[in-house]
Write a protein that binds this ligand. Sequence first.
Ligand SMILES: [Zn+2]
Length: 323
Amino acid sequence: MGITLKDVKEYNLIDKDKIKFIGTACKCGSDIVFSDSLRSLICTNRNCEYSKLHRFKLFCKELNLSISDNELLNIIKTLNLISPYQLLIIDTAVKSNMITNKDIKDLDSVIEKIAKIKKATYKLSYVVKLSFIHSLSDVAEKVFYGYNSLDEAYSDIESGRVAFLNERLGIYNTNNATLSVDIFKLLLDNKDELIFGESLFNIETNTESLRIVIGGKSTRFINNDDLVNFLRARYKKNIVLSNRVCEHTDILIQNFNTSDNKLKIAKVINNNYVAKCINNGIMQLDDVGKQTKSSYKPIGSKILIGTESEIIDKLDKFYEIQG
Ligand SMILES: [Zn+2]
């Protein structure tokens, strides 16, 4: 990925006066290229120490960890760190005296800050942003908005691939889909690191969201986006549209009998849920299907399944209509 300086010059992509100040090589000696958005420069060396340092610096700045650039460079080398998230487990290195206040002047304040971070809760999208992986960090909010775990998000990313990202990033013109292609690759390449990062934070559970999967085309709306916007405005809820039915899905809108597996999976999830509840004695078989005041979902429906009109009707009865 990336656009070479040669192409930038040849196609006049950036103001000629600005290019004059841009070098062609990174401090590590490797070539640099422009990001696809032309907003930043990337070193082509995947293991570049300077790009790595840059990510660590941004991480420290964002979380207020007072570690100077020199100190950072030294601990990265001493502890052989590869991800800025690893700074959050630096307390273990301190306990074993691998890091002392000779390495970090404000060590006490850093350790204290880390303890605070571990007690707080953070949005998943924010935790991804903290990776400061070039490009990915910028779109973290759009890609991970509304998800409670990477597992859940990746199930949509891996099944929906570039189409899912186009939707999330608001790209409607396939000519502009290179960003989605790049982001998709970055998401796959860096999955392990992000999962590691996620494991270090308490992730805020988003119960206010309605997680919706749409099976078959809408009958009343131009497209799925139109339907989602309608629901958002009507209930003032955070609506998360997914491609794949999973345990976290709240609603499956099934307008037609399509050949895909969405309905089948939703039914299996509901059946398993009912079986589990009955076995645990928290549900009676007779009650299954009854509507209560505490939820828009009838008893026994982990996932509410219905046509567009049926779902809107149920939600209208439960939520106050806002608009
Ligand atoms: Zn470099």
